[in-house]
Ligand binder design. Structure first.
Ligand code: IVH
Length: 675
């Protein structure tokens, strides 16, 4: 295809794909299948590879992410990002209405206050974002920050499918639109399910999860998180709209996702109805809201009222009360987690709260129980805030029965009877019996077989429980001694399932060392740490020999992790397990390929990797750089030794490299370099 037709085709494909994105993510009405969409996208990516000069930063191909932002640039807001003043009750709102009327010179004549025209909107619970568009193209996305300046998160924002990269219709030449990025509740629940599976602590609430995600360095990970965005305010010079609602309606026609729940309300009475409606109905929404925002519609009136130092006088937030009920505390039980941490749980007389029946609530730790002075038999107040698990926030002392006794926190593990310990400075009690306490042992095994560790999917939590109860397994090494004949007599164990388990265990012997290191469950050694440590130390024997001073020199290892690694290997039982796993054939060294690749050929070189490669994945290339003594960097500067460019290298990077006269090398050159 000649250049001119390639350019045309790239443009028409981009437009078509963006329209499908809009249909799917904004209108919720897809008109083609995912398969057809992927085909179109593949064609576009292939064409852009062939003609990188036509790759635009706002191409739909950029939505899958892949670019890494090392440090988010701080950007000054053109219009300061103010917040709203809050109200919590009806009187606050009436005051607001009165002040606004007075400010506009309309108040309290003989016929009462004038009815102002308000727009009521949902108050989305996420993080605010300002999107600037120039000539219809997304130019930058900036977080609120301190209101004066925020972080440039454009690369991550481009991965959010409901944020248009190119606008449709007739829009102002330059403007900013603000809104809220959030994580739908279902996506949040799915993320937490997966985290639980791999033994990671669940994320506290969708709001934190959304803001944490927007600050991730790898936009590829952000793309997978399925964030969403509602827009709720337009800023610009000479906007041709009489009021807020009209501006939002126009923005919807340009391709933005605008909430269909916003409503024009005549007078504060209608505002109240809107609030009452959503106070009840909010739990049916697929995302969290924490209140209602009330804005005067007319831009003329907004201008007249102006701002205080912190917030506009023409708008106010009404915050919902976290729903609260009181019910009886029937008992307190104590749960032991995989790491041995004890969590006290309040068992309640079932009660309806925020749309669900609540039977249990977290009591967190001994300090909280003491501070609240909760006792079994008390009527307690339970609240559901942004967190998933309801909390006990207090005791109704007026209803305390006379015979209740103060709560005495347990001092022995409820599972194995071992005396609990409490590490200074930590809130939780721990059961130190790591290798003999059932939930800890079973939890360790579940972690060991999980997807990101040994990935033995024929072994789930239930089967582990069954084997443990049958006395077949007491630690992860016992798994490799299991025999098919031994499993067959067990309940619900068909020949095929037994064979799958034995095969799964056998196949796990090829899982690379870095994942084995993650799987054995050294406290605080997560996936990334295990990966980095494995690559650096190369064998488990070398790791076992290291002292604290040597350990802290490793990437990703601080004092806590170093201490935890030392403690793990100091335990005779753990050393014994490693010896048995070695005998079973598990990988305790990095592979021969990786070993061979090790050299100092790139020592002192700072390398930027950009684009797509044919022989290796980007991650493999980055690993090779490190294994040969080089350093990876994400941004080009005078210090960059060279840019390793694959196909589809970003045009901005290309320009920068050329400008700074940084050499650009190909995948082939690189291979020759490290040969
Ligand atoms: S309007 C001048 N509308 O609530 C302030 N804000 O303090 C204009 N929020 O940080 C904000 N939903 O992130 C507005 N429909 C909505 C909103 C909303 C959520 C957030 C926003 C802001 C905070 C208010």
């Amino acid at each position: 295809m000649d250049k001119a037709s390639a350019k045309k085709k790239i443009e028409s494909l981009s437009e078509e794909l963006e329209q499908h994105n809009y249909n799917y993510y904004v209108l919720d009405k897809p008109t083609i299948s995912d398969f057809e969409f992927d085909k179109l996208l593949e064609t576009l990516i292939a064409l852009e590879k062939e003609h990188p000069e036509f790759l635009s930063p706002n191409s739909p191909s950029q939505r899958v992410g892949g670019q890494v932002t090392k440090e988010f640039k701080s950007v000054k807001h053109k219009y300061p990002m103010l917040s709203l003043s809050n109200s919590y009750n009806w009187e606050d709102l009436e005051d607001f209405d009165r002040r606004a009327s007075e400010g506009l010179g309309l108040a309290n004549d003989l016929f009462g206050a004038a009815e102002l025209e308000y727009v009521c909107e949902l108050k989305f619970d996420g993080l605010s974002i300002g999107l600037t568009y120039v000539n219809g193209e997304l130019q930058k996305a900036v977080t609120r920050g301190d209101g004066v300046q925020g972080d440039d998160v454009t690369t991550n924002a481009r991965t959010i499918r409901s944020i248009p990269l190119n606008l449709k219709g007739k829009f102002p030449k330059e403007f900013e639109i603000r809104g809220e990025i959030f994580l739908p509740r279902k996506v949040f629940d799915d993320i937490n399910k997966e985290r639980e599976e791999i033994g990671e602590a669940p994320l506290a609430n969708p709001r934190n999860a959304a803001s944490g995600t927007m600050k991730m360095q790898d936009s590829g990970v952000v793309a997978k998180r399925k964030l969403d965005c509602f827009l709720y305010a337009l800023y610009g010079e000479d906007l041709p709209f009489p009021g807020h609602l009209e501006s939002l309606q126009a923005a919807a026609t340009w391709g933005f996702r605008i909430s269909k729940h916003s409503k024009l309300c005549k007078g504060i009475g209608e505002v109240k109805k809107f609030i009452d409606h959503w106070d009840k109905e909010r739990f049916k929404l697929p995302f969290d809201i924490d209140g209602i925002v009330i804005k005067i519609n007319s831009y003329q009136q907004q201008l007249q009222l102006g701002f205080t130092a912190k917030s506009p006088r023409w708008a106010i937030a009404y915050k919902f009360k976290a729903e609260q009920v009181s019910t009886e505390l029937q008992s307190i039980t104590y749960q032991v987690g995989r790491t041995g941490a004890i969590t006290p749980v309040a068992n309640l007389k079932p009660v309806l709260l925020a749309g669900t029946t609540v039977k249990r609530a977290s009591l967190h730790n001994a300090d909280i129980i003491e501070k609240l002075d909760v006792r079994v038999g008390d009527q307690v107040f339970v609240e559901k805030g942004g967190e998933i698990i309801p909390k006990i926030i207090g005791v109704d002392l007026t209803k305390r029965p006379t015979n209740v006794k103060p709560t005495k926190y347990i001092d022995k593990c409820p599972e194995c009877g071992t005396t609990l310990v409490r590490i200074e400075g930590e809130a939780n009690h721990y059961c130190p019996n790591e290798n003999g306490c059932a939930p800890q042992v079973k939890g360790k095994m579940e972690h060991f077989v999980s997807r990101k560790a040994m990935n033995i999917d024929s072994l789930g939590a239930e089967t582990i429980d069954q084997f443990y109860n049958a006395g077949f397994i007491k630690n992860i090494a016992d798994l490799y001694d299991l025999k098919k004949e031994q499993l067959l007599p067990l309940e619900r164990m068909a020949e095929k399932s037994a064979q799958n388990i034995i095969d799964g265990l056998k196949n796990s012997c090829t899982v690379p060392f870095e994942r084995v290191l993650f799987a054995i469950g050294i406290r605080h050694v997560g996936e990334t740490t295990a990966k980095k440590v494995a690559k650096k130390v190369k064998t488990i024997d070398a790791l076992m020999e290291m002292n604290a001073e040597q350990l802290v020199l490793l990437d990703e290892v601080g004092e806590t992790i170093a201490k935890s690694i030392m403690e793990f290997f100091a335990d005779k039982e753990n050393r014994n397990i490693i010896t048995r796993l070695k005998k079973a054939g598990l990988q305790f060294e990095i592979s021969a390929d990786q070993q061979q690749a090790t050299s100092t050929k790139l020592e002192g070189k700072t390398i930027v990797v950009s684009g797509v490669f044919t022989k290796f994945s980007r991650d493999q290339i980055k690993d090779l750089i490190e294994l040969n003594g080089g350093t990876n960097s994400s941004s080009i500067s005078k210090k960059t030794s060279f840019v390793l460019a694959g196909e589809n290298m970003g045009p901005e990077k290309l320009k920068k490299a050329e400008g700074l006269k940084v050499p650009i090398i190909t995948e082939e050159d690189f291979e020759n370099m490290i040969k």
